[in-house]
Design a binder for this molecule. Structure first.
Ligand SMILES: Nc1ncnc2c1ncn2[C@@H]1O[C@H](COP(=O)(O)OP(=O)(O)OP(=O)(O)O)[C@@H](O)[C@H]1O
Ligand SMILES: [Mg+2]
Length: 251
């Protein structure tokens, strides 16, 4: 078996006395799409926060390409090849579409190359446009981000994550608040992105997850209660009881 891209060993996270994530052990292979599902409050976003360096885990060990991530500052994650989008839309509404992405590209670079000449800014512009192109927003590059439709704003957030050219991309509810048309566009975008990278996504839309994912993890009360193919997860009685049986699970 090939070495995993990301390996997670007994990872937990508490907030005060509250256990949000407990004893999660799993591995992610490169170039697969894995969905993380579970009821509200199950610990999905906490799991992503821990995997992307937003929060340190309270217990456990995480390795990316064999390198220990515990204690790694968050800004290093992008350099290592891990980027993410957030559950709540997270853009600068008054900046242009292009500026939103360029600011991210600049933040990545300036931390390590502040001595570089200003001409290098042209590289940043190109990098930003490349990311916009890959999410289908190049044509809107000069609009204010606030004028984009909701689905396009979510795509813009993904472009922001893509400037780091991540091997591992974590998407926290990328279709939150979208109708069927926008969801279809997002699914097509994720499928395109998945050709070149490893994707983890949190989602509630079951039909979408079943069609898109190679593998599904199920969290419940912070614990990993199931892990398998879409077919396996659909047939798991415990998963049906805690999650799929709920009416919103099929939305
Ligand atoms: N920063 C925090 N401080 C205190 N409690 C937190 C914090 N972040 C998350 N929690 C709690 O941890 C639990 C898991 O939250 P989390 O956001 O990970 O759930 P989720 O599975 O993403 O839920 P949802 O589907 O609603 O997004 C919840 O009970 C939440 O209130
Ligand atoms: Mg969440």
């Amino acid at each position: 078996m090939s070495a995993p891209l990301l390996s997670v060993e007994n990872v937990g996270r508490t907030f005060g006395g509250f256990i949000a994530l407990e004893g999660v052990t799993t591995r992610f292979e490169a170039n697969k799409v894995t969905a993380v599902i579970g009821p509200n409050g199950a610990g999905k976003s906490t799991f992503f926060n821990v995997l992307s360096g937003v929060l340190p885990p309270s217990t456990g060990r995480i390795e990316f390409k064999g390198e220990n991530l515990i204690g790694t500052p968050q800004h290093r994650f992008a350099h290592l090849g891990i980027a993410r989008s957030y559950q709540i839309t997270n853009i600068f509404p008054l900046l242009s579409v292009h500026e939103n992405v360029r600011v991210a590209a600049q933040a990545l670079r300036s931390r390590y190359n502040i001595w570089r000449h200003r001409d290098r800014m042209r590289d940043l512009d190109e990098k930003a446009d490349e990311a916009l192109n890959s999410v289908g927003l190049y044509g809107r590059r000069n609009s204010s981000a606030k004028f984009l439709a909701h689905g396009q704003q979510r795509a813009l957030e993904i472009a922001v994550a893509l400037v780091a050219d991540p091997e591992l991309l974590l998407l926290d509810e990328p279709t939150a608040g979208m109708g069927p048309e926008e969801t279809k566009d997002m699914v097509a975008l994720i499928e395109r992105l998945a050709k070149e990278r490893t994707i983890l996504l949190v989602e509630h839309k079951m039909k979408m997850i079943l069609g898109l994912s190679d593998r599904i993890l199920v969290l419940h009360h912070g614990k990993l209660i199931a892990d398998g193919s879409p077919q396996h997860i659909q047939g798991d009685p415990e998963v049906r009881r805690v999650y799929l049986g709920q009416s919103h699970g099929y939305a």
